[in-house]
Design a protein around this ligand. Structure first.
Ligand SMILES: [Zn+2]
Length: 313
């Protein structure tokens, strides 16, 4: 779907929304109601979630959760999660943030009328397989016209032989997959150093897009701040995996955090930033509808209010 068509449809839906005076519809995160693609506005950007599915994760991946925390926040031992990428469209750019496993990605893009050749840039939060799986198709570049943005520290970690030797053999496949992507996209790779959240007025990566340091889950893990007109959205990558426990208890990490302590520090810092500045957030493992607001719960933790101002596109 080209932007002119999107614009017409958007106006139709917006008129309908305004006429019906529908506030931000709150959607319960019921897995059976989950849609793979929902589209909403952030200023002049059209943002779409591209979900590869909703799941329940198991509590045995958690580090630092006390029996009391588990009883309170994970009573059945599981938590809702998802695997998402995001598509952001404006008049002159079509940007992906991450590429999921690549299982539903191409069908999801097709459902929006977006071809792989239209993607002008891909911003990676980090290089785990559930974020870079869609970048290669039969071993070749899946997005031939896209520049690939990657934090310098992330690039340096996955290309380091020392780092690869430091993990057990059964985790080295991730290094091989990351290196294949880096090699395939070598001509279009743009390495950058993310800013601290508090200094997001740093130079933008692309018009309206800033990289924000969120190191810990992986050494170069980055979030992305979008700004258009007066609207903002923080796409925080893997700042949380088990949100039902990691928001009230940000000190809980997961076994696949490369540096759990740094991951906890990043989570605290960005949750505080999002809550204080009232910036809506979206995440790669935030269950449907995958967007919402973070609020301080008055007990040193946070709570999440999911919402969707879906346009029905
Ligand atoms: Zn992930």
């Amino acid at each position: 779907m080209y932007l002119s068509t999107i614009g017409k449809m958007k106006n139709l839906f917006l008129s309908a929304l305004i006429a019906m005076a529908i506030p931000a519809a709150r959607i319960a995160a019921q897995e059976q109601d989950a849609k793979d693609v929902i589209t909403f506005e952030v200023g002049d950007f059209l943002v779409s979630t591209l979900s590869e599915g909703q799941q329940r994760g198991k509590g045995d991946v958690l580090i630092g959760a006390t029996p009391e925390m588990l009883r309170q926040h994970l009573p059945d031992g599981t938590y809702p999660t998802a695997v998402n990428a995001f598509l952001i469209r404006s008049a002159d750019q079509t940007v992906l943030v991450d590429a999921g496993f690549g299982r539903k990605l191409f069908g999801n893009l097709q459902s929006l009328g977006v071809s792989v050749g239209q993607i002008s840039a891909i911003l990676l939060t980090h290089m785990h397989g559930d974020h870079i799986g869609g970048l290669l198709h039969n071993g070749k570049v899946a997005f031939p016209n896209a520049r690939l943005y990657l934090a310098q520290a992330e690039h340096d970690y996955w290309t380091s032989d020392k780092a690869m030797q430091a993990v057990p053999e059964n985790r080295r496949g991730g290094f091989r997959q990351a290196r294949k992507v880096i090699e395939a996209y070598s001509d279009s790779l743009r390495l950058f150093t993310p800013a601290e959240a508090a200094s997001a007025e740093a130079p933008s990566l692309l018009p309206g897009f800033w990289g924000v340091a969120a190191y810990g889950h992986t050494p170069g893990h980055a979030a992305y701040l979008l700004k258009s007109a007066d609207a903002q959205l923080l796409i925080w990558g893997d700042l949380t995996h088990a949100m039902s426990i990691q928001l009230p208890c940000p000190e809980v990490a997961v076994t696949y955090d490369v540096d759990p302590k740094a991951a906890v520090e990043s989570r605290r810092r960005l949750l505080e930033y999002a809550a204080k500045s009232k910036i809506p957030v979206g995440g790669m493992h935030v269950a449907y509808p995958s967007i919402g607001h973070v609020k301080a719960n008055g007990k040193g933790g946070y709570e999440f209010e999911a919402f969707c101002t879906c346009l029905g596109l």
